[in-house]
Design a binder for this molecule. Structure first.
Ligand code: ADP
Ligand code: MG
Length: 255
């Protein structure tokens, strides 16, 4: 029981593909100070839940509020502008752009984009561009990628791509970040750094919803997890408690 109103309030989120119910009546309350883990076997509906929260897919039923604002029917771009950031299970940076350029493309430009604003407000556009470069460099420093800023993203390792994704999400000034398997494909040497950076992001007051199979990462970052199985929420609680439950162990063995 926190007195803080939740930053994310999702109620009854449901989605079917054909006759198959991939996400079935999921509700979440997430405080701004919180990191909530989402675990469960492959096919449980975790990534689909993220697609529904981020607006990549429309919900069949349910509602999504971020910081009190109803985003249930909002387009993905509007959700990003409202402070909802997400990373993908498989990062897709622009491979030929530099690391810095990749971060710059995630900036939320108040002046709008394109020829029109460049014609009517060239100075403001140039000033914003300079501000964006400074912010992008600060963020790259924060994720320890500064030394690679001029390299094409294609040269990055799996773990470095995850860090670049984090940088791109931070550039959009999120209130909540959905992280889909940030430890997947990451060299153990970079895992500590990624865990540390997620912790630091949360300390800045950014809420985090974390899908992860790596239980070390879950144990180190999440005081609380929900276990999804067959689209439903099966259990909720401290990671060391829920993973001891017989019904939770069963769905992992079945999966
Ligand atoms: P998880 O991330 O927990 O492994 P997913 O959310 O990716 O699970 O998938 C949940 C289920 O929904 C799976 O059975 C998957 O095949 C199915 N699914 C996911 N996306 C689609 C889609 N776009 N069309 C049809 N079925 C899908
Ligand atoms: Mg998934």
């Amino acid at each position: 029981g926190s007195s803080q109103p939740p930053i994310l309030k999702a109620r009854g989120i449901t989605k079917s593909f054909g006759g198959f119910r991939a996400v079935n009546d999921i509700s979440l309350d997430l405080a701004a100070s919180e990191i909530l883990g989402v675990i469960g076997p492959n096919g449980a509906g975790k990534s689909t839940l993220f697609n529904l929260l981020a607006g990549a897919l429309p919900v069949d039923a349910g509602s999504i509020h971020l910081a009190g604002k109803d985003l249930t029917k909002a387009r993905p771009e509007a959700r990003i502008l409202s402070g909802l950031g997400r990373t993908f299970q498989i990062p897709r940076p622009f491979p030929r752009m530099t690391v810095l350029e990749n971060v710059m493309t995630a900036a939320q430009n108040q002046l709008g984009e394109g020829l029109f604003s460049a014609l009517i407000a060239p100075r403001q556009v140039a000033a914003q561009e300079r501000t964006n470069v400074v912010r992008a460099r600060d963020i790259l420093d924060f994720v320890s990628l500064s030394h690679l800023e001029d390299q094409p993203a294609a040269v990055l390792s799996g773990g470095q791509r995850k860090l670049l994704e984090l940088a791109r999400v931070l550039m959009a000034e999120p209130k909540l970040i959905l992280l889909d398997e940030p430890a997947a494909g990451v060299n153990p040497a970079l895992l500590d750094l990624i865990i540390d950076r997620i912790h630091a992001i949360n300390k800045l007051g950014i809420a985090i919803l974390l899908i992860e199979h790596n239980m070390e990462m879950i144990a180190r970052l999440c005081p609380r997890v929900i276990v999804m199985a067959a689209g439903k929420s099966l259990a909720e609680g401290a990671p060391e408690e829920v993973t001891r439950r017989a019904d939770v162990i069963d769905v992992y063995l079945e999966g």
